[in-house]
Design a binder for this molecule. Structure first.
Ligand code: NAI
Ligand code: MG
Length: 496
């Protein structure tokens, strides 16, 4: 799709009618609102309700009422609603994409448009899975019928972040509804507008209360949602720090929890892969065109010593060709960091790298203080070379375009360093030697390893983290069954 729609529908997305509770567009009980900023120019673009505990109560009550009927809708019919949502979203991809770009600073061409299409595709994928909510029969003998049912859990409490808000929102809504649950979802305070638009589209095909969408801050709205006694399942995507808070809340009431948290994902490049295609793959894996605000960013680059300098030279050339600028401009490759807090955090890491005597700045650095890029939260792709995997920049999730390159000579060493992290979300291996590549893939402690490609998630693959990167899987049939259903066994004595 390349014909941009008029600005008018986007303006509508920028004037939301409120948040969604029980099929109605409402303000917060307190009447308070949150201002939403465009990170490309720091202008205020919209206001959304500032939900708190009273609103959470209302939304959970609505979802619980809707659950009674929704769980009895035949699964394929629930799927049909999701398929209709997918079609309706696809028809409005351009409007959704421009909204994402405006509120998040993610570039329209390289990121926002693809995300809008993927979100529609997620609804389509789960829309076809209704009849896969199967149980088993257990052969206990001729006199007994023993079988299992996959039943919904009830009301799902979902909390999503701002970095890929539509995709991550769709990943909670579609499987939860397909499995017969209803939801109360909280959008991220920095990026609620496209998610509100998605909820508006969903609501056209769903009964009132099946999906409730709240806008509000984490401690004020997310925390009461996580603690609410009416919630039967918590599904969270965001920082490891808040993931722990959500898990503690779940422990209080013994409710199941899915967590998709941070990452510090390694890329291991073997000496036979010193080529342009690998460099393109590293740029993709590092998610430079998303300002690296991605939990799967391949932000630790383990390069074999023989190719260390030549590879970084090629990487510098490729990265320099990426255009940083207005996210809505079709020529732009790289947009902005989401907000001032994250921008300052990223700059702090760059500052740290510049001051460290062992680290060498390969390219990039601090953002310009004057000129057009200083009008927004624009960070520039930055690479530091270092000998050690032990310093802060190589261990902490930066969530910005700062890559650390580390050299290796011994393969076992490379894998040991790759695994020396409390995260284990994604990983990338680059080599023509497929046996070696697969051995490395099997040795790496991550939920998702890609060999010779740096792409994004595709519906159907079970996605989720090892270690502190999370618990549970998303994006797949198995993820839906494990995360959004509970098994019941029914055993019948046929001898009476
Ligand atoms: P965050 O984890 O604070 O925010 C994610 C969601 O959790 C938001 O909707 C927020 O309102 C909510 N939240 C915050 N505090 C909460 C609480 N006490 N109870 C319930 N919900 C709460 O992430 P933030 O502050 O936006 O970003 C900080 C760092 O987190 C990033 O630099 C990055 O390292 C990591 N992050 C990882 C993401 C991922 O996709 N795994 C996404 C976003 C951030
Ligand atoms: Mg936070």
């Amino acid at each position: 799709m390349n014909a941009p729609t008029t600005a008018a529908p986007v303006r509508a997305a920028l004037s939301p009618k409120g948040m969604l509770i029980d099929g109605q567009w409402v303000e917060a009980a307190s009447g308070q609102r949150i201002a939403i900023e465009n990170p490309a120019n720091r202008s205020r673009i919209a206001e959304v309700p500032r939900a708190a505990a009273a609103d959470v109560d209302r939304a959970v009550a609505a979802a619980a009422r809707a659950q009674v009927a929704w769980r009895r809708v035949p699964p394929r019919e629930r799927g049909l609603a999701l398929l209709r949502i997918a079609d309706a979203m696809e028809a409005r991809v351009e409007e959704i994409a421009r909204t994402i770009a405006t509120e998040t600073g993610n570039a329209l061409r390289t990121q926002a448009r693809g995300e809008a299409k993927l979100a529609a595709d997620i609804f389509r994928y789960f829309g076809g899975l209704g009849s896969e909510l199967k149980g088993e029969t257990i052969p206990l003998g001729e006199h007994v019928l023993s079988y299992t049912r996959r039943e919904p859990l009830g009301v799902v409490g979902a909390i999503i972040p701002w970095n890929a808000p539509l995709m991550l929102g769709a990943l909670k809504i579609a499987p939860a509804l397909c499995a017969g649950n209803t939801l109360v979802m909280k959008a991220a305070e920095d990026a609620p507008l496209a998610v509100l638009l998605m909820a508006e589209i969903c609501q056209q095909f769903l009964p009132a209360g099946a999906l409730n969408l709240l806008t509000g801050y984490g401690p004020e709205c997310g925390a009461p949602l996580a603690q609410h006694p009416g919630i039967a399942k918590l599904s969270f995507t965001g920082s490891t720090e808040v993931g722990k808070i959500v898990m503690r809340a779940a422990a209080e009431r013994i409710v199941p929890v899915s967590l998709e948290l941070g990452g510090k994902s390694p890329s291991i490049v073997y000496p036979d892969a010193d080529a342009d295609w690998t460099v393109d793959g590293i740029v993709a894996a590092m998610r430079f065109t998303r300002q690296s605000q991605s939990c799967t960013a391949g932000s630790r680059l383990f390069l074999h010593a023989d190719i260390f300098d030549s590879f970084l030279g090629k990487l510098e050339k490729k990265t320099a060709a990426l255009k940083i600028g207005n996210p809505l401009d079709e020529a732009t490759d790289i947009g902005t960091i989401i907000n001032a807090k994250q921008f300052n955090k990223v700059c702090g890491y760059v500052q740290d790298g510049l001051q460290r005597s062992d680290a060498k700045l390969v390219f990039g650095g601090l953002p310009p203080k004057t000129g057009p890029l200083s009008e927004g939260y624009y960070a520039i792709p930055t690479v530091f070379a270092d000998r050690s995997n032990d310093w802060r920049l190589a261990r902490e999730e930066i969530f910005g375009p700062v890559l650390v390159a580390i050299r290796w000579t011994d393969e076992a060493d490379a894998i040991r360093m790759a695994n020396d992290s409390h995260y284990g979300l994604a990983a990338y291996v680059w080599t023509h030697d497929i046996g070696r590549g697969l051995r490395a893939a099997h040795d790496i402690e991550s939920g998702w390893v890609q060999v010779n490609q740096g792409g994004g998630q595709v519906p159907g693959m079970s996605y989720g983290g090892f270690k502190q990167s999370g618990i549970g899987r998303e994006f797949s049939l198995e993820g839906m069954l494990d995360s959004f259903t509970q098994r019941k066994n029914v055993t019948v004595n046929l001898a009476v």
